[in-house]
Structure formats: C-alpha cells, structure tokens
Design a protein around this ligand. Structure first.
Ligand SMILES: NC(=O)c1ccc[n+]([C@@H]2O[C@H](COP(=O)([O-])OP(=O)(O)OC[C@H]3O[C@@H](n4cnc5c(N)ncnc54)[C@H](OP(=O)(O)O)[C@@H]3O)[C@@H](O)[C@H]2O)c1
Length: 334
C-alpha cells in the first residue's frame, strides 16, 4: 500500500511517499481504508525521532484517522461491518492508505460529519476532554487558563470549558489574529504572550488577584513559574505538553505548591491502554455527540491538504500558522 514514510529522522524534507506492506489486523481490529487523517504536534516530534511509538505499535505517523471499514472481526465492538464509515484514535498508522484500529477505540461517523471533520476530532478532543474530566476535575463556574489556546487541543478546550459553564476562560496565543480567533470561539479574555513580559501579571489583573482554578499547559519550562503564580488556592494544573522544553532553567519557585495547596498533574494519551482509551472515548461520545449535533461544539479545521503535499502540511503546523486542526485527505481521496 502507499504510505507517508520517514526517510530518516529530521526535517520536513524527510517525509516521502512510498510503498509498504498493508497492515494485517489482529483479532479485535478493523482494517480501515483511510479517507482522511489529521496532523498533530506529536507527529512533528516523531518525524524528528523524538517521540517514538509505544513498543509494538505502527512506526507509521498518524494518531487519528477516518475511513471505510475494509474488514472487521465477526463480532466486533459496536457491530462494525465492511463499508461502515468510522473514525478513531490510533497509536500510529494514520498516514497510510490503510490503517488498523482496535474496534474498541473506533466510532461510527455521525451522518452530519464528513471524513475530514471526523479525522479532526479524536486526538485533540479526547486530550482536552481527558484533561478536564478524567485527569483534572473541572467544575461549573471554574476559571481556567488555556495555553496554546489556538492549537488543535486548545480549540477543543475552549469549547468544552464554555459548554461546561466556566466562569472565565483565559487563552494565551502568539498573535493578535489568534487571540481574536480564540475570543470568537469562547475565550472571555485572551493574552498575546508575545506582547507581555508575564502572562501571570495579566491573569492577576483579570481575576482580581484570585488566580484561576485550572491551568491547561502545553508549553512547560518557560511557563512553570508563571503557571504556579496564576493558580488560585487549591488550583490544579494539567500538564500535557512541553513545547518550550522540559527543564526549568530559571529559579523555580515551588513554594507556591505548598502555600496554595496546588495539584500538578500530567498525562499522555498515546501510552494509555486500549481499555482506558475505550472508557474515555465512550464518556466523550456520550457527553459530546449531542453537543456536536446541535452545533454547541465544532471541530475547527484550518486547512485541508492533499497527501501529496504532506511536506507543506507539516511545514504549516511547524511554523505555528494553524488555528485549530490541519487535516490531510488520504490516498484514496487524491
Ligand atoms: N499529553 C497528551 O496526551 C497530548 C495529546 C495531544 C497533544 N498534546 C500536546 O498538546 C499541545 C498542542 O498540540 P496540537 O497538536 O493541538 O498543537 P498545534 O495545533 O500544532 O498548535 C501548537 C501551538 O502551540 C504554540 N507554541 C508552539 N511552541 C510554543 C512555545 N515554545 N511557547 C508557546 N507556545 C508555543 C503555537 O501557537 P502560538 O502561535 O500561539 O505560539 C502553535 O501553533 C502540544 O504540546 C502537544 O504535544 C498532548
């Protein structure tokens, strides 16, 4: 089958289209002809050799995809059958012409979704939902601070926080165009972090010195001190990414953790068991499907690329140009 391959770990020029063996589904897996997949930050790291797939999982890039079932186990979860439109979360393989997925981690595509829309949902929305409700303990009327708010994950968090009744949603992003976009999506306040020496100072003003109940952080090292300063008493930080690095170089003030009784929680989705993901997917499906259907929640797609332009698609995300998700049409659709 055709697939996007990594010639050698490194820059975008190493992404090539080649041929590899079609994946063979295990007993509990569906074989899916991929119609669309989406790009994630993790793909950029994997391309550079910095984020290998869990042992035993596909080496092919791609954490989410949508497509048509080519083969299904006789009694699969949710009764999937050949020809069904499905989408879901995978630990790798989404960039191929075909992809296998454990039937417990797949969902039927609702009639009102295109393949592109469905492919834009799993990784960003499940990461956001997990952060708010499984790892964190988001409650109605909480105030939240969302970093990288215009990212795929950030755009899902803003909408989930709004739908969940957050009292204030503060989003940080690196341009006025992005902060404006985040406001339109549901942020009550935004901070262009490039225009301020300290987002903590802005959070202090916005919350009248109370701080926020929850911080969702994807930036890591550079934000450590300001995140601790920004949290209210008994606040929670959910830490799911370290785009500025994982080593805090400045003097880190951990005293706030004691005095404010903070909870600092971390998680990655990819390394979770099939059973954990199944539980997360079912909870998300039950809570959010009606909200997608009535338009409260909307997968935000910035651009759709052809798989033949995979290098351009990675360049776009690498350059921090996207607001929301970047989707790629599968080989079948080109
Ligand atoms: N733990 C998990 O399970 C999990 C799962 C999925 C994603 N993630 C993490 O979630 C984050 C967002 O992922 P995504 O795929 O949704 O991202 P994305 O759409 O590619 O957007 C990432 C954005 O982050 C901002 N950014 C990049 N480097 C930065 C830095 N050094 N300091 C501040 N902001 C920076 C940029 O926007 P600006 O222009 O605003 O700077 C960039 O556009 C990533 O850290 C990713 O690794 C974690």
């Amino acid at each position: 089958m055709k697939s996007v391959l990594i010639k050698q770990f490194g820059g975008i020029e190493n992404l090539i289209i080649g041929s590899i063996a079609k994946p063979v589904p295990k007993a509990n897996e569906l074989l899916v002809r991929v119609k669309a997949f989406a790009i994630n930050r993790a793909d950029l790291l994997q391309r550079q050799g910095k984020y290998p797939p869990p042992a035993g999982d596909s080496e092919i890039l791609g954490l989410e995809m949508s497509g048509v079932v080519e083969s299904a186990p006789p009694q699969s979860a949710a009764g999937f059958k050949v020809g069904d439109r499905v989408y879901g979360l995978v630990s790798g393989g989404g960039y191929g012409e075909y992809c296998t997925i454990d039937a417990r981690n797949a969902l039927h595509i609702p009639a009102h979704f295109t393949f592109e829309t469905a492919a834009a949902i799993p990784e960003a929305w499940l990461t956001a939902y997990q952060a708010m409700y499984l790892v964190g303990d988001f409650q109605k009327n909480h105030t939240v601070l969302i970093h990288a708010a215009a990212s795929g994950v950030g755009s899902a968090l803003i909408q989930l926080a709004k739908a969940g009744g957050a009292a204030a949603i503060i989003g940080t992003a690196g341009s006025d165009e992005k902060t404006q976009w985040c406001s339109e999506l549901g942020c009550t306040h935004t901070i262009n972090y490039k225009n301020t020496p300290s987002f903590a100072g802005e959070v202090e003003k916005i919350t009248q010195k109370k701080g926020v109940n929850m911080v969702f952080d994807y930036v890591g090292a550079n934000y450590w001190n300001d995140n601790l300063k920004s949290l209210a008493m008994d606040g929670t930080m959910v830490f799911q990414g370290s785009m500025s690095g994982g080593i805090v170089k400045e003097n880190a003030n951990i005293a706030n953790i004691l005095t404010k009784r903070l909870r600092i929680l971390g998680s990655t989705l990819r390394s979770r068991s099939i059973e954990y993901k199944q539980d997360l997917i079912q909870r998300f499906h039950k809570t959010c499907d009606p909200l997608f259907e009535n338009g409260t929640l909307k997968p935000m797609i910035d651009k759709v690329f052809s798989v033949n332009d995979i290098q351009e698609a990675h360049r776009y995300v690498d350059s921090n140009l996207n607001k929301g998700k970047v989707v790629v049409k599968g080989f079948d659709e080109n």
